[in-house]
Design a protein around this ligand. Structure first.
Ligand code: ADA
Length: 552
């Protein structure tokens, strides 16, 4: 399942989510489900390296394969011809094979989850870089010019809503110059003037459409509208379409407040990895939905996609269930040395471009984040933060930006963002009392360029090993974790000027083997549920406190 709704009625599209052949090093192939992670195949639980997925496809014309996510590097071949390369498990890419003969074709995907200098973002880390075709694959047949994406930005203009629309047309033909591509939008019955789209080019159309009767989108009343774009070429019949969704909401900053349709919000959230012992990072919709049902039961209203763009299917669920989302590009804890990897900036900027290209329309996403706990205390790091934040603003000026910093008392990038956010661990990594530590950090921020901005705690928590219980309040017991979180949540949500909290973290997750020494069970054990979603003592603590602080 790619999305919770069909994105095409006219464009032929089939999901290739079934059995493919899998092999490593020329060994006997065997059939595996796609999407999946190879760590879930017997004998491959810790395999790090290269593998080959293959299958036949029957198609002709302009074949377009869309991969929602391959972890972490993919090379795509049809009949032995390489047609695409992509790095990063967490963003989508396509592979186009124009003018194909209508017959059976051999589709092969070489996948690697190896660590090397070629991979600046997937490195040994406090989460696991899985291997496999980990998100869905679809096969489409497209005209020479097709609708690549439609971006929908709601703007409230005093008494009613406008919808700022951008439509991207892409010509994949080497020779076919289209003189008159005509796009119609179902919303507002808007018809764009015919436009030319030269061979091998892209063309972006823009329009502002008045939507006088639009019902606003709120988390409590998540009203969604479908928008259909159709395309005809040179006076011919409609030959392509694209359907997406929009929620009429606006996120603005006013002093220290984050305004949601003009109303200040309080974030009561969790940081959540895409991780599960039965699926790796390839969670099916039912597992995604189970997590969000736990979020609802915990009186949470937000999720931080730590530390990478999430599956669009999960974002659809957040849209429909009314959860607010902080989505961030892929990076965790990269030092200046890591950031100086020659592949780092392009891999980050590609990730941002693909994240915003594909996730722009999700009303659940209210904040774009970047570079979790990277080198924002150094001049070189600052130059990277500045470029990436500028890139986000250029692609989407409608959402506030931030980054989760751990450079307490030394961060030099707080002027670059709309919202100042810090990860802190009083009562875990150090024993400073929560209130005092928070007051000291907030007072320091007011002496920097981060003064007067909205302030979020984007990580706070403690480890608790499921089933470890004693009356000594030893760290790693469930009792101590519940105590620490009670102090942390009280301290953060009572703090004047603080707009909210993302607890680290929702569930226990697997970490790279290289992290074993600091992570009992080779897991990050700071979840309020364990990896099987079994609640720890802290679960009820968080549930009660989030209910107490919930502002009606
Ligand atoms: C950091 C980091 C998280 C996780 C956390 C922890 O804040 O951003 O990914 O590693 O620490 O568990 O210590």
């Amino acid at each position: 399942m790619i999305r919770t709704f069909s994105t095409h009625k006219i464009r032929p599209q089939v999901e290739l989510n079934n059995l493919w052949q899998f092999t490593v090093d020329g060994r006997e192939p065997f059939p595996v489900a796609v999407p999946s992670c190879w760590e879930t195949y017997p004998g491959f639980g810790s395999y790090r390296g290269n593998a080959l997925y293959s299958r036949e496809i029957r198609a002709g014309g302009n074949i377009r394969l869309v991969f929602e996510g391959v972890s972490h590097t993919a090379d795509v071949f049809i009949d032995g011809e390489k047609i695409a390369h992509h790095y990063n498990a967490f963003t989508a890419f396509d592979a186009v094979y124009p003018a194909a003969e209508d017959k059976n074709h051999l589709l092969e995907v070489r996948v690697s989850n190896a660590f090397s200098e070629d991979s600046a973002l997937h490195i040994p880390n406090d989460y696991y870089s899985y291997g496999g075709i980990s998100r869905p694959v679809s096969l489409e047949i497209v005209p020479d010019v097709f609708i690549e994406w439609v971006h929908l930005t709601p703007v409230f203009r005093e008494v009613s809503w406008d919808l700022e629309v951008e439509v991207s047309l892409r010509n994949i033909s080497e020779t076919n110059h289209i003189a008159g591509a005509e796009v119609s939008l179902e919303v507002g019955s808007h018809v764009f003037d015919p436009t030319e789209v030269p061979a091998k080019s892209v063309k972006t159309l823009r329009a502002t459409i008045h939507c006088d009767n639009a019902v606003p989108y709120f988390p409590e009343t998540p009203t969604l509208y479908y928008v259909t774009a159709t395309l005809s070429l040179d006076g011919g019949p409609v030959c392509d379409d694209l359907i997406d969704r929009v929620g009429f909401r606006e996120i603005k900053i006013s002093g220290t407040e984050i305004l949601y349709n003009g109303q200040p919000i309080q974030i009561r959230g969790f940081c959540r990895h895409e991780d599960h012992p039965l699926f790796g990072c390839a969670l099916p919709m039912s597992a995604m939905d189970q997590d969000l049902n736990f979020f609802r039961d915990l009186n949470a209203n937000a999720v931080r996609t730590s530390h990478y763009p999430n599956d669009p299917l999960f974002l659809d669920l957040c849209d429909e269930k009314g959860f607010m989302v902080w989505e961030e590009n892929h990076a965790r804890g990269l030092s200046e040395e890591h950031m100086r990897n020659p592949n780092f900036e392009k891999q980050c900027e590609d990730c941002i471009a693909e994240m915003i290209r594909d996730h722009m329309n999700h009303p659940s996403i209210i904040i774009w984040g970047i570079l979790n706990e990277c080198a924002s205390e150094t001049e070189y790091g600052r130059s990277c933060y500045a470029r990436q934040l500028a890139q986000i603003k250029a692609l989407d000026p409608s959402r506030p930006t931030s980054f989760a910093s751990c450079k307490h008392f030394k961060d030099i990038c707080l002027d670059l963002v709309d919202i100042v956010s810090f990860n802190i661990y009083p009562l875990w990594y150090h024993d400073a009392p929560v209130k005092e530590y928070l007051d000291e950090l907030y007072a320091w921020i007011q002496e920097t360029e981060g003064r007067g901005k909205p302030f979020l705690i984007t990580e706070i928590g403690a480890g608790g090993i499921y089933g470890m219980r004693n009356a000594n309040m030893d760290k790693w017991t469930e009792e101590y974790q519940a105590y620490a979180l009670s102090q942390q949540i009280e301290g953060v949500l009572s703090k004047e000027g603080c707009s909210g909290i993302f607890i680290w973290q929702f569930c226990d997750v697997r970490v790279s083997r290289e992290w074993f020494a600091r992570r009992p069970r080779s897991m990050n054990n700071k979840g309020v549920v364990d990896e099987y979603r079994r609640p720890k003592l802290a679960y009820q603590t968080v549930k009660d406190l989030y209910a107490k602080f919930r502002k009606e």
